[in-house]
Design a protein around this ligand. Structure first.
Ligand code: ADP
Ligand code: ADP
Ligand code: MG
Length: 464
């Protein structure tokens, strides 16, 4: 087993991975930017090393500095976490060339799945359903007009190298097409350094269901069931649950089988996620594959009892999977709320600064994955997610009640957070019935969200 792993990330996921390493008697190296100099991941790691200033390109995205840090501290492997360099094939190549192990899939797989339009083509070639759309990238407006005329409106223009919900544009009529095509291209260029885009039919009111995969280097591939991530704002996940509250058993099994088939098709190794959307008729379509650990891996851990971060490390160390598909036994129901530093009453404007006072809930089957402490500094340079509140119940209703109670206890002072938004969702009648899709939050925020606010008012004493 590795003696020492460098964690090439920050925040809650760095803390999560460092803990897993220490439980496996593996030493850890934390890297940090000057902006994060007092952050929890540094305190927990065996050794830490500053790699530059706050700007991501000068620190957490700076490949030579990270590799040098690993060599200087004698780390044998690098765990990339999510975001930053986790899906960067050039980084994987560099890590390997320097004689280190990258904890993740092969660079070829990352490159293939990172090009979302190419991944779509591969699925088409293998009879895996994808939403109708372009074959590969679309280069000019006339070609785009022809395709959209054929598939019909609305359509969604997406960045080929995209991620994190960025670079997407929904278009309802042909007259908006040219403007949005150019907008999507320029946003893609700015976010991902690549202006290639492709187009898909926009599915109205879909659900986002994804399947967790584990694959070792010996050809064993299993799935760990699904997660429902349909509670989203601007195509970004806010709350996730496992299993999905409304999924027929036959479809659940088909999604699991399809995800394993896709993983096999691309020679997948390590932990990964296959994302699908399901339309109102119950048909499913491949969306993309994320070749890394995901933010919401936690809820799968809660219902399977499998520590995904540890499995990633064992797989990278050439070990065989400790489970076969038949051993995977899902127990109970888990929900995760992403706690973000943002002002939900000021158009979700990011809120940064120093945390003054916190009260973190505890109790049976309640977990809070975070890097915040009293006096933690929340920097404007990075993602606004500051923690993840996770519960597991014997069934969905118990999980909902546990989450409501935990949210009532959770206090984070000094910055604005979206705790009250989650509280509102957990009390919404449609949510409780499991009657929701990806438009749920947008509809509630613009319409009958008044009820949410009243609910929040009575529990938090704030006037809305
Ligand atoms: P998940 O399903 O794991 O939540 P997301 O797409 O929401 O996946 O991304 C997880 C994290 O990675 C988020 O913090 C997001 O901002 C970041 N991220 C995703 N894709 C990219 C990218 N291409 N470049 C930079 N950050 C990204
Ligand atoms: P990212 O790489 O940013 O995660 P995805 O392709 O996974 O991009 O899509 C993110 C979200 O955008 C989905 O969960 C879904 O809510 C929405 N979305 C993407 N494609 C479509 C589509 N064809 N129709 C409707 N919604 C879509
Ligand atoms: Mg996605």
């Amino acid at each position: 087993m590795f003696k020492r792993i460098l964690v090439a990330n920050r925040g809650e996921i760095a803390v999560r991975i460092i803990r897993a390493c220490h439980e496996m008697d593996i030493e850890t190296v934390a890297i940090y930017s000057t902006e994060d100099k007092d952050s929890l991941h540094i305190k927990l790691a065996t050794e830490s090393i500053c790699i530059g200033p706050g700007k991501p390109s000068e620190s957490y995205l700076n490949m030579p500095r990270i590799i040098n840090a690993a060599i200087l501290t004698k780390a044998e492997a690098i765990h990339p976490g999510y975001g930053f360099l986790s899906e960067n094939e050039e980084f994987v190549d560099l890590v390997n060339k320097c004689g280190l192990t990258f904890i993740g899939p092969k660079k070829e797989t990352i490159a293939l799945m990172g090009n979302k339009s190419r991944a779509r083509e591969l699925m088409l070639e293998n009879n895996i359903p994808v939403v109708s759309g372009s074959n590969g990238n679309v280069d000019n407006i006339n070609e785009l007009k022809d395709i959209c005329g054929e598939i019909g409106y609305p359509v969604i223009i997406k960045a080929s190298s995209g991620g994190g919900g960025r670079g997407m544009r929904i278009v309802f009529e042909e007259k908006e097409l040219e403007k949005e095509f150019l907008n999507s291209k320029s946003e893609s260029k700015a976010c991902f350094g690549d202006d290639k885009v492709y187009v898909e039919k926009y599915i109205v009111n879909p659900r986002h269901i994804e399947v967790q995969i584990l694959a070792d280097r010996h050809g064993n591939i299993i799935h760990l069931g699904e997660r429902d991530c349909s509670i989203q704002r601007r195509n970004q996940k806010i709350l996730e649950e496992a299993p999905s509250p409304r999924l027929e058993q036959s479809l659940r099994e088909e999604l699991g089988r399809t995800a394993v088939k896709i993983a096999r098709l691309v020679g997948y190794i390590n932990a990964g996620t296959v994302e699908f959307i399901i339309d109102e008729e119950g048909s499913f379509y491949f969306l993309e594959m994320n070749t890394r650990i995901q933010v919401e891996h936690t809820i799968t851990e809660m219902v399977t009892g499998i520590d995904i971060a540890k499995e990633q490390i064992k797989i990278a160390n050439n070990m065989k999977l400790s489970y076969e598909q038949k051993d995977i036994d899902l127990q109970g129901h888990s929900i995760q709320c992403r706690i973000n530093g943002e002002d939900i009453f000021k158009d979700f404007l990011p809120s940064t600064g120093t945390i003054k006072n916190t009260n973190i809930p505890g109790g049976f089957n309640i977990r809070f994955d975070t890097y915040i402490e009293n006096n933690s500094y929340i920097s404007p340079y990075y993602d606004s997610m500051i923690g993840k509140l996770i519960v597991k119940g014997e069934n969905r209703l118990e999980a909902i009640k546990k989450m409501r109670t935990a949210l009532e206890e959770l206090r984070i002072e000094g910055i604005e957070t979206n705790i009250e938004l989650h509280y509102g969702i957990l009390h919404d009648f449609d949510f409780v019935k499991g009657n929701y899709n990806t438009s749920f939050l947008e509809k509630k925020l613009s319409g009958d969200f008044r009820d949410f606010y009243l609910e929040m008012e009575s529990h938090y004493g704030r006037k809305y």
